[in-house]
Design a protein around this ligand. Structure first.
Ligand code: NOJ
Ligand code: CA
Length: 543
């Protein structure tokens, strides 16, 4: 086996168990050539920023050749870089520099569907029904007298039917956009192809994969109807929905991951995979994880939890219990490129920001792996007023729900949009940043002690260095508190760290957990202790 890139990080089998992993939405991170679209060279220039932020690894969203109908989740070539984002050499440079800075790199793998521009689908289009070319995808005959109706009642996650008919009468399945035809994973040729794609990126030195729609690869035999849907007033599925369906979370999907794990394990270092799987219960989600399958699965329950102590506590307890059973770390996520940013979900404006900062301290104190979405360290809100004609999310056209507002390019510096997103003087960014982001730029927040950026830096530094937050301290102990207050302790090496989150209507008096290390809103001293303000969190240390 060749490892094209010799710059591997020192082997540490457990790195992913407690990592802080930063999601880079490449086209909105940093633009090196001034065309208004983020690229790999832009990311490379900004790697020192990410090292200084204090994260352990980066997850890069798709940068492969793509017509960009779904932001690159429509891949036309799995072994190259789209010219929009650079070249394979740019990618290699990112890996070398990232590893030199101690940052690992995870890439996004999209196995459920290709782009309709992929050579395989181009060949399938013109090939005859029943041909080997069509057998790589899910083609079927229609229903009705002349096959004029779709083969079954399945719906697209983006709205509307999941089937599109070709001129010769056959229909093809697309659980997302019609430009994203679903692959047929019962076909060994598809399996062999993706095993090879995994090796291609592992050979280039990647530390892992984020598996898109990991629960979708196998469809139930016979393509049975769901039995209800949009036409009868209830959509079958929405993005990150949990319902078990004939096209999602089929048991046979696990056979695929059991063939991937030996591939990952055959490489030096510790290469990992995280599933983006939507499952009905934490138990079914846990089935994707284990020594013979994947290393992690995103737990979206934390992201879905309301701003309430009860709801957080329930989600945390369930996830940690599950993690003990499967022997794999919990993953915590507050935001990603598919969901409204959490500042806005928690109420927007100053209240939303205060809560988002508190939620960050909550997440970063929990045992397991934390996934951060670019811009949350700046306290960016969702951009709610993007002009309709600039929105690019394919889901928007079909359902009116748009994910563009969380994908607005990062403000780096300067007085005017796009705030240093591109080289000096470039006025472009593919989505416009609002005027209010001037104060939220990286430069505006750097060195400002109460800024969100400095809060993240401080919390991430403590998380990396404090024994009580290390992988050896996998348990939390809940403290008895008033309703509306969350307080839990982690201990190791004679030290204890307690995270207190105040989700009640009154300041919370805290005296028993030692001295504060970091707070999301300034604490006030009272008697022999401290007051944690409403909608704030703090970490206390006792040695
Ligand atoms: C999940 C990705 O996160 C989302 O952005 C994409 O639209 C769908 N999978 C389809 O690939
Ligand atoms: Ca660019």
């Amino acid at each position: 086996m060749t490892t094209r890139n010799p710059t591997q990080l020192a082997s540490d089998d457990d790195w992913w168990r407690s990592a802080a992993i930063y999601q880079v939405y490449v086209r909105s991170f940093a633009d090196a050539n001034g065309d208004g679209i983020g690229d790999l060279a832009g990311l490379r220039e900004r790697l020192p920023y990410l090292r200084d932020l204090g994260v352990d690894a980066l997850w890069l969203t798709p940068f492969y050749p793509s017509p960009m109908i779904d932001g690159g989740y429509d891949v036309a070539d799995y072994r190259d870089v789209d010219p929009l984002f650079g070249t394979l050499t740019d990618f290699d440079n990112v890996i070398v520099d990232a590893h030199a800075l101690g940052l690992r790199i995870i890439v996004d793998l999209v196995p459920n569907h290709t782009s309709s521009e992929h050579p395989w689908f181009q060949a399938a289009r013109t090939a005859a029904p029943g041909s080997p070319e069509r057998a790589r995808y899910v083609f079927a005959e229609g229903r009705g007298v002349a096959g004029e109706l779709p083969p079954n009642d399945w719906e697209s996650v983006f709205g509307g039917p999941a089937w599109t008919q070709l001129a010769d009468g056959q229909w093809y399945l697309h659980l997302f956009d019609p430009a994203q035809p679903d692959l047929n994973w019962r076909n060994p040729e598809v399996r062999a192809e993706f095993a090879d794609v995994l090796r291609f990126w592992l050979d280039r030195g990647v530390d892992g994969f984020r598996i898109d729609v990991a629960h979708g690869l196998i469809k139930a035999e016979g393509l049975p109807d769901v039995g209800f849907g949009q036409l009868t007033g209830q959509r079958q599925v929405e993005l990150l929905g949990k319902r078990r369906l004939p096209y999602f979370d089929q048991d046979e999907v696990h056979d695929i991951y059991r063939t991937w794990r030996p591939i990952l394990d055959s490489y030096p270092g510790s290469r990992m995979a995280v599933a983006e799987a939507w499952a009905e219960t934490p138990q079914r989600l846990a089935r994707y994880i284990g020594p013979d399958e994947l290393h992690q699965a995103f737990s979206f329950d934390f992201l879905d939890a309301h701003w309430s102590a009860d709801s957080f506590r329930k989600v945390i307890d369930t996830a940690l219990a599950e993690s003990v059973i499967v022997g794999a770390p919990t993953t915590w996520v507050l935001s990603n490129h598919d969901k409204q940013r959490h500042v806005t979900r928690y109420g927007d404006g100053p209240e939303g920001l205060r809560r988002a900062r508190a939620a960050a301290l909550l997440m970063l104190a929990l045992p397991g792996c934390a996934y951060l979405y670019q811009g949350e360290e700046l306290g960016l809100p969702e951009v709610l007023d993007l002009p309709d004609d600039l929105r690019q999310d394919p889901q928007y056209l079909r359902t009116g729900q748009s994910r563009d507002g969380c994908r607005v390019p990062i403000p780096w510096n300067g007085e005017l949009a796009p705030y240093g997103f591109g080289p000096a003087g470039s006025a472009l960014s593919w989505l416009p940043a609002p005027a209010t982001w001037r104060e939220l730029s990286v430069r505006a927040q750097t060195g400002v002690s109460d800024s969100t950026l400095e809060l993240y830096r401080t919390a991430l530094r403590i998380r990396r260095t404090h024994p009580a937050l290390s992988v050896s301290s996998a348990r939390i102990t809940w403290q008895e508190t008033d309703p509306g207050i969350l307080a839990f302790t982690r201990s190791a090496a004679g030290t204890a760290l307690t995270c207190v989150v105040n989700i009640s209507d009154e300041p919370a008096a805290v005296a028993e957990y030692g001295e504060p290390l970091v707070a999301s809103t300034a604490l006030t001293e009272r008697d022999a202790g401290y007051l944690v303000p409403v909608d704030a969190a703090a970490w206390f240390e006792r040695r």
